[in-house]
Design a binder for this molecule. Structure first.
Ligand SMILES: Nc1ncnc2c1ncn2[C@@H]1O[C@H](COP(=O)(O)OP(=O)(O)O)[C@@H](O)[C@H]1O
Ligand SMILES: [Mg+2]
Ligand SMILES: [Zn+2]
Length: 367
């Protein structure tokens, strides 16, 4: 069977990288002009491309068919192929998270003296480098102070504030940005197309929303979707089921009952959502999200409508507009206060749904 998406679609060329433009530009210029640092530091959130770009950089550095002045790897020479398959002996990847690194750094200090076996450079990628022990960090620092000319270090970290400043100052630093929803969607669309996966745009939007900007997580959800939904066209509804999202439909119905100040209907609906085995903590987040979008519409009309952050399809937004027109702005603020409060109280309530029922009863009891 095929490889998981995030491995299968790890970019093989710089041109496939999404966002991180300033980083790609600086690194590709360095490659083209052959002006290199020996230490690079990649900091940024998970799934933003640190490992991908580190490997690409190593690949270009050691590509034997890369023409002068060019920066893309050929992706065909034996060095490129070895790096693609993670079997290059001149690309050493150390995961500081799993070993904390003492032995590795010791080996590194030994091994680094020897010239690369086949390639021009020995490239060391040290992932989650903030997790190195103090001893390992100090050993690394020594190496960074006087690296042999054939060595290039790329340190990656999700928590730069935990790195020792002397290491940071030894490296050329790059701050990776969290990917925007639109960028995640763009990449998912490319993959879906290659996989011949028919999937509605709102479904892709929901994946992007759930991934929190990590392309790796987004690709993993898409992968699961492809595995579990063997249908011609994957819909938003399929995705909501897969992710266990109750759905805005139910939030909208609840808001209808609140508009009518009909506590009984609202509480019955809540009970039904609960009985169906849904996660009420997730549902309360969806209600809050919905009320938030309503309030923004009330305040700023379409200008404050953002389908990518509120996750509403056009149809759903149409429904929300109708409701928002009927509310006073103060009602929506009050509702948000009540539900945010309920969300907090659910964490310690002996009866999970009670804080929500209280919020509903309180709002409906207001004259
Ligand atoms: N900027 C990006 N452009 C294209 N694909 C990306 C990007 N960032 C992440 N990816 C995708 O997500 C996967 C995981 O990214 P990775 O580089 O391992 O993230 P990190 O090391 O920052 O946690 C990659 O295999 C790739 O498919
Ligand atoms: Mg990584
Ligand atoms: Zn090559």
């Amino acid at each position: 069977m095929s490889k998981v998406f995030y491995r299968k679609y790890r970019p093989k060329f710089f041109q496939e990288i999404i966002a991180q433009e300033h980083i790609v530009k600086t690194l590709t210029n360095a490659l083209a002009s052959d002006i290199l640092s020996q230490g690079y530091l990649f900091s940024g959130p998970r799934g933003s491309g640190k490992t991908t770009i580190a490997r690409l950089f190593a690949k270009s550095l050691n590509c034997t068919d890369r023409a002068k002045g060019k920066f893309e790897p050929c992706d065909k020479c034996s060095s490129c192929l070895e790096i693609n398959d993670s079997r290059s002996i001149d690309l050493i990847e150390i995961d500081a998270a799993s070993h904390r690194g003492i032995d590795e750094i010791r080996e590194l200090k030994e091994g680094i003296k020897f010239a690369p076996a086949k390639s021009k450079y020995k490239v060391f990628i040290i992932d989650e480098s903030h997790q190195l022990t103090k001893e390992a960090s100090n050993a690394l620092l020594k190496t960074l102070e006087e690296p042999p000319s054939h060595a290039v270090f790329i340190l990656a970290t999700t928590e730069i504030h935990k790195m020792i400043p002397t290491i940071i100052s030894r490296c050329q630093r790059f701050d990776f940005k969290r990917l925007k929803m639109a960028e995640v969607i763009k990449r998912l669309e490319i993959i879906a197309k290659k996989e011949k996966l028919q999937i509605e745009k709102p479904a892709l939007e929901l994946i992007a929303l759930s991934s929190g900007g990590s392309l790796r997580d987004a690709e993993t959800i898409l992968d699961q979707t492809a595995t579990f939904c063997s249908k011609d066209k994957i819909t938003l509804k399929d995705l909501r089921e897969l992710l266990g999202v109750v759905g805005l439909q139910k939030a909208a119905e609840l808001v209808d009952a609140l508009l009518a100040k009909d506590a009984k209907t609202a509480i019955l609906l809540l009970g039904q959502v609960f009985e169906e085995g849904n996660d009420l903590t997730q549902f309360v987040s969806e209600i809050i999200n919905y009320l938030h979008a309503s309030l923004m519409f009330k305040i700023g009309g379409e200008d404050l409508h953002n389908p990518l952050t509120d996750g509403l399809s056009d149809e759903e937004f149409g429904k929300l507009k109708g409701q928002a027109d009927k509310f006073q702005e103060g009602d929506l603020r009050k509702l948000l206060d009540l539900f945010l409060d309920a969300q907090n109280r659910m964490k310690s309530s002996p009866i999970l749904q009670l804080p929500l029922e209280l919020a509903i009863a309180e709002y409906c009891g207001i004259e």
